[in-house]
Write a protein that binds this ligand. Structure first.
Ligand SMILES: C[S@@+](CC[C@H](N)C(=O)[O-])C[C@H]1O[C@@H](n2cnc3c(N)ncnc32)[C@H](O)[C@@H]1O
Length: 289
């Protein structure tokens, strides 16, 4: 394997430093290796020859557009519809019925934190629309946030490539809830209207308000330092009530990351806020939202 030159190494450090400063994400070795490829479109757009020139440009003056494009390009936006199907089965069979039984005010609030291009939120919206008869007198709010402006723009547009829709989306759902859009597919207006997509940083969160019955923050914590994971879990706890279910990614856990959450006593792999509400807790279950 060729060794990167000291100069390229310096450039990589500047670029990964920018990513960490803006998002808290640490570039894994695998992603650092693919940095040049990920940044190729940015180099082209900004008329730069290579990542050394890019790093030099970033160091010489503040260029908000360039910084934003670099951060967007380096973030890992990997997502798919109904990712980890057993999680969605649990949501459908256990978590949502429980919320339905308990929320006497008939308000369902879901937050997809780190939603990337929106597949997670759209998967939930599809399920809820398919069972619209069960939710007909409910107010349903789905907030989906991500730091990446590019990912949120795509999510809001609801446009997915053929490859995206082939990953996890059953063909029946594709035909029922999406429309052809050139060579791509677009979520129909009814589905798009169900989700409030907002660009937001988990370390300076402005979008969430009140508490959510279901909080999904999946495959986001992985690239944070343990201390940053605690900070994010603390934020999620502030926007959870005593009965909220928190779902993390398959390789993520609250264990060793503070004491805001504990394993859910009934829903395997889910978490619930610790009994003692953290400082600044946003409200009790019945008054949630
Ligand atoms: C690997 S994707 C996971 C998408 C989706 N949750 C899933 O599991 O399919 C991680 C997402 O977290 C977002 N992210 C990273 N740091 C963030 C931050 N500080 N605030 C908000 N979102 C962030 C990234 O932009 C990316 O879209």
């Amino acid at each position: 394997m060729p060794q990167p030159s000291a100069q390229a190494d310096g450039a990589a450090r500047i670029l990964s430093g920018l990513l960490e400063a803006r998002t808290g994400q640490i570039l894994s070795e695998g992603r650092a290796w693919r940095m040049e490829t990920a940044l190729r479109p940015v180099l082209r757009t900004h008329g730069l020859q290579n990542i050394d020139e890019l790093a030099a440009s970033l160091s010489s003056k503040r260029d908000v557009r360039l910084e934003r494009d670099v951060v967007n390009a380096l973030l890992n936006n990997e997502s798919s519809f109904f990712r980890d199907p057993q999680i969605f089965t649990m949501i459908q069979r256990q978590i949502l019925p429980r919320i339905q039984a308990e929320r006497s005010d008939h308000v369902l609030r879901i937050w997809s934190a780190g939603c990337s291009t929106g597949q997670e939120a759209y998967s939930l919206a599809i399920h809820l629309r398919k069972h619209a008869d069960q939710w007909k007198d409910w107010r349903i709010e789905i907030l989906a946030t991500d730091i990446s402006t590019a990912a949120i723009d795509q999510a809001r547009e609801g446009i997915f490539s053929q490859m995206d829709v082939q990953r996890g989306l059953p063909i029946g759902d594709l035909l029922d809830w999406f429309e052809p859009h050139g060579e791509d597919w677009r979520a129909n207006a009814e589905l798009r209207r169900m989700i409030d997509f907002r660009q937001d940083n988990l370390f300076d969160a402005k979008a969430p308000s009140g508490t959510y019955d279901l909080v999904m923050c999946r495959n986001v914590l992985l690239y944070f330092t343990p201390q940053r994971r605690q900070t994010v879990l603390h934020l999620l706890a502030r926007h959870s009530h005593a009965h909220s279910a928190l779902l993390l990614g398959a390789g993520e856990t609250v264990i060793g990351n503070g004491d805001d959450f504990t394993a859910h006593p009934e829903f395997r792999g889910a978490y619930v806020r610790q009994a003692q509400p953290p400082a600044g807790h946003a409200g009790a279950f019945r008054r949630a939202g």
